[in-house]
Structure formats: structure tokens, C-alpha cells
Design a protein around this ligand. Structure first.
Ligand SMILES: CC(=O)N[C@H](C=O)[C@@H](O)[C@H](O)[C@H](O)COP(=O)(O)O
Length: 239
């Protein structure tokens, strides 16, 4: 328990930067993600969220921050892709993740793997656990199973959760009100003011990913603004 509390203390009221680039993304590669993490640490982040053993190892040797590890892996017929089975948990423990995050939704999981199995295993190993949820009921269930904290990561990514462009502050607020364990705000936090709002609503910490570490998406947001001006202008530059 001591270790769990120490990790939580380090994350308290802080910014966790998610440093992820999947195969096919321009910044894919462990060395690049380690540099992203070093930049996040220099900027004041208190923790890093990272995907895959190679990235986690590289990041752990580049920064002194706690790393929340996940493994995104697709299984045939499964709707769950964030740390879906005990196999990924084993790999994350081996890679030295300080906390392990996993899908805690009610969606279809691979084979006979269960959420209960994952939480119980992490409990026995003494590793801090973060349940990625999409609706309040999943947060309540995860707390009852004994997870260390929950994160609003999957709101908008399950068909039955609120679909919207910005962060789901309603879910955050209701989870903070209902749960006794820390609630982390994660997902579509694109502006510093939203991070502030999340902390004011009682978020224990905030995870920001794409708005800091996916430059292709950041560029796209600027381009959307540029396109609006071009439309308003009525001038397409052809004359
Ligand atoms: C839904 C899903 O697979 N989320 C992933 C979870 O690790 C990441 O791709 C996100 O970048 C992360 O949750 C941070 O969110 P945002 O990038 O919106 O700040």
C-alpha cells in the first residue's frame, strides 16, 4: 500500500502527459517518445502515460517521473484494446510501469479474459491500477473491485457514452462526487483552461495527450482556423 500511496502523492494535482504515437503516426518510435517525455518533464509534468514496453523502457531511462503504462492491442472479436488481458499486464510489469491502466468498460473482451481477473492480479502484485472508464457506472464498479484510481479516458469512445468534441466534465463531476478514490480527468483536454476547470471540479490529476504530443493533430487544429478565414474571405487565391 505504501508504494501505491507514494505514486498517487507524486501525481496529485499535477499534469500527466500522455506520450503515445502508434505505428503509422509520424512520431512513432521509442527514442522519440522518450524525448517527448523529457520535454514534458522539463515543462513540469508529474507523470507520463505511455503505450508499449519499448516506449516505457525508453521513457523510464530518460525521465525520473512515474510512468503509467498501457498496451494497446487488438484481438479478434474484442471491443477492448487498452491492456485487454493478463498477457499485457505481464509485459507492463516486466517493462517497469509504475502504474498500469486498462479498459474498465463493459465492452466485449478477448476470450475468457475478465476485468475482475486484471484488477485482482494487479492487487496481488502490489501495483497501482488505473481503470479507464466511459460512464459513471463503470467507475463505481471499478472502485468496488479495488482499483487505485479511475480515469475518464474512454468517454466518447464507447457507443453508449456521451459523444462530444470536448472533455466530459459532467462525468468527471459525478465521479468525483460519488467515488472515494482519486478521479483523473483524461480525454480531449485541449486547452490549459480545461485543465484548470477539471482540477477545480475535483480531478485528482489531469492527463493531456494529443494537445501536447501529437503535432499532426495540433497542426490540423491551426489549419481548421486557417480554412475558416479563407472561407469568410471569399478569396481562394486563384486571382
Ligand atoms: C481513447 C484512447 O485510446 N485514448 C488513449 C489512451 O491512452 C490515447 O490515445 C489518448 O491520447 C489519451 O487518452 C489522452 O487523451 P487525449 O489525446 O485526448 O488528450
Amino acid at each position: 500500500m505504501g508504494t501505491l500511496n507514494t505514486i498517487l502523492q507524486k501525481l496529485r494535482h499535477g499534469l500527466i502527459v500522455s506520450c503515445q504515437a502508434l505505428p503509422g503516426e509520424p512520431l512513432h518510435g521509442a527514442e522519440i517518445m522518450a524525448r517527448m517525455a523529457a520535454a514534458a518533464e522539463e515543462g513540469g509534468a508529474v507523470g507520463i502515460r505511455a503505450n508499449g514496453s519499448a516506449d516505457i523502457r525508453a521513457i523510464k531511462s530518460a525521465v525520473s517521473l512515474p510512468v503509467i503504462g498501457i498496451i494497446k492491442r487488438d484481438y479478434p472479436g474484442s471491443e477492448v484494446y487498452i491492456t485487454p488481458t493478463l498477457r499485457e499486464i505481464d509485459e507492463l510489469l516486466e517493462a517497469g510501469a509504475d502504474m498500469i491502466a486498462f479498459d474498465a468498460t463493459r465492452q466485449k473482451r478477448p476470450g475468457d479474459s475478465t476485468l475482475e481477473q486484471i484488477v485482482a492480479f494487479l492487487h496481488r502484485s502490489g501495483t497501482a491500477s488505473m481503470a479507464d472508464i466511459s460512464i459513471l457506472e463503470e467507475a463505481v464498479h471499478a472502485e468496488a473491485l479495488g482499483v487505485t484510481c479511475v480515469s475518464t479516458t474512454l468517454s466518447g469512445y464507447t457507443p453508449y457514452s456521451l459523444q462530444q468534441e470536448g472533455p466530459n466534465f459532467e462525468l468527471l463531476q459525478s465521479a468525483v462526487d460519488r467515488l472515494s478514490i482519486p478521479v483523473i480527468a483524461e480525454g480531449r483536454m485541449n486547452e490549459p483552461a480545461q485543465v484548470q476547470q477539471a482540477l477545480e471540479l475535483g480531478a485528482y490529476a489531469v492527463v493531456v495527450g494529443s494537445a501536447i504530443t501529437r503535432p499532426q493533430l495540433i497542426t490540423g487544429r491551426f489549419m481548421a482556423a486557417i480554412r475558416k478565414v479563407a472561407v469568410n474571405d471569399g478569396n481562394d487565391g486563384s486571382d
